[in-house]
Design a protein around this ligand. Structure first.
Ligand code: GLN
Length: 447
């Protein structure tokens, strides 16, 4: 049914870079045997899922939606995907994304934009726009996304699905093609909160192959599916509700907060003033790490190589000039600049200090609050073609999500209504480190 639905929806939506019909049926047959033998009993056994195209699957095209990786077939599988497979999920395809996860609209993909299933004249958000649109359009029952600065939570908001970015270190980054390594986290995108909890439970694990992976005491996320918010202290940052926030989004988010209050939570407003520095700090750090991470795509080791060249340096130059799109080039230039001698202290080091201060401010807030509640994005999904010509404006749209990555915290988006044009609105719940269960409980209570 998922494959049929995907075939029907794809011409209009373009969620997938690769839809693997044959592979899906082969996996399903194997899984069915294990289910019949009683070897697979979990909630994901036999469930069709999709994976963002920046996660490696052995022998399968893994492109990052970039021309430079348009022929890349990895020799190993990402740990999160391996975990999904072990839980019995059937991986039916790889989803479209902004090139190398850089963007907020899925329009920077080499494979063309993904469209929002609620209105195909609008973007699905990004960079995990393919994963979120595929779930929203019923082209799979859940998907993996990655979130460096909001790339799970913002497109989940625009597509009306549930998305969760776990605490840094919770899901292994082994086999995730790196963008900003100190910020990247894989997480689930699902139709509702209980599915989301089940997917997180399947993919989270301690993995010695990722040196930043954490061995957590408790991976039992579905046990948090409790229908009450009793005793939860929820803080709404005034700084998240001010200028630049669409009034319809504000209203829907405040209405959702009220529902949690009616179910036993205490809701207050407070100051989280330093988040206004999150955007410059994030774009400095993420671009710096990206410029270093993307050095490996040189036409020698991976993927695309230019056809005609004179000598090695000319080959590098032509390969990278032809292989990367404009947004990726912008980040590489910005990142190389802030890391270069003479500018390192002025920009990169300063951004790291800002990151530390933001983390401290969150720590202080979580001494008192269990959850920080706000919008996931300042607006609903913009129209296609309206964002890319003004990158700075696009970066500003990341205002509510980005600080969460800088602080390494978990964040979750839950749909809370629609605007007058029928486009979804998402609420973001932010928790203290390792408090995914608190977020899941509040989200489940709201839902
Ligand atoms: N929009 C942000 C960026 O372009 C976030 C992307 C992400 O989380 N991968 O960097």
């Amino acid at each position: 049914a998922a494959i049929d639905r995907a075939k029907e929806a794809e011409p209009a939506i373009n969620s997938y870079v690769t839809l693997d019909e044959e592979g899906a049926f082969a996996q399903a047959e194997e899984i069915q045997k294990k289910i019949d033998a009683g070897e697979l009993t979990g909630p994901l056994a036999g469930v069709p899922v999709a994976v963002k195209d920046n996660m490696c699957i052995r022998g399968q095209l893994t492109t990052c939606s970039s021309k430079i990786l348009s022929n890349f077939k990895p020799t190993y599988t990402a740990e999160a995907v391996e975990n999904l497979k072990n839980a019995g999920a059937v991986i039916i395809g790889k989803t479209n994304m902004d090139e190398f996860a850089m963007g907020s609209t899925t329009e920077t993909s080499w494979y063309g934009p993904t469209k929002n299933p609620h209105n195909t004249a609008h973007v699905p958000g990004g960079s995990s726009g393919g994963s979120c649109a595929a779930v929203a359009a019923g082209e799979c029952f859940g998907a993996l996304g990655s979130d460096t600065g909001g790339s799970i939570r913002q497109p989940s908001s625009f597509c009306g699905v549930v998305g969760l970015k776990p605490t840094y270190g919770t899901v292994s980054r082994y086999g995730l093609i790196a963008y900003g390594s100190s910020l990247d986290q894989i997480g689930p995108v699902a139709k509702d909160v209980s599915d989301c909890a089940a997917f997180l439970e399947a993919i989270a694990s301690h993995d010695p192959k990722d040196s930043t992976s954490i061995d957590r005491d408790d991976y039992d996320f579905t046990s948090a599916l409790e229908n009450n918010a009793k005793g939860l202290k929820i803080g709404i940052p005034k700084d998240y509700m001010g200028d630049g926030l669409d009034p319809e989004v504000r209203q829907a988010v405040l209405r959702a907060a009220k529902v949690l209050e009616e179910n036993g939570a205490v809701v207050e407003t407070f100051d989280l003033g330093l988040v206004k520095y999150a955007i410059p700090a994030y774009y400095t750090i993420a671009s710096a790490e990206a410029s270093s991470n993307l050095e490996r795509f040189d036409g020698v080791k991976y993927g695309y190589r230019t056809e005609e060249y004179e000598g090695l340096h000319n080959m590098y130059k032509k390969t990278r000039s032809e292989g990367f799109g404009p947004e990726v080039k912008r980040r590489i230039m910005l990142g190389s600049f802030v890391l270069s001698s003479g500018y390192y202290d002025a920009y990169y080091l300063k951004a790291l200090r800002t990151k530390a201060l933001i983390k401290k401010e969150f720590d202080k807030a979580f001494e008192y609050y269990d959850i920080i509640l706000g919008p996931a994005a300042p607006t609903t999904a913009p129209e296609l073609g309206k964002s890319l010509n003004d990158p700075l404006k696009m970066y500003l749209g990341d205002i509510y999500t980005i600080s969460v990555n800088l602080a390494g915290l978990p964040g979750m988006t839950v749909p809370v209504g629609k605007d007058k044009n029928g486009l979804p609105i998402g609420m973001q719940l932010i928790g203290n480190a390792f408090e995914e269960k608190t977020l899941i409980r509040a989200a489940y209570t709201y839902e």
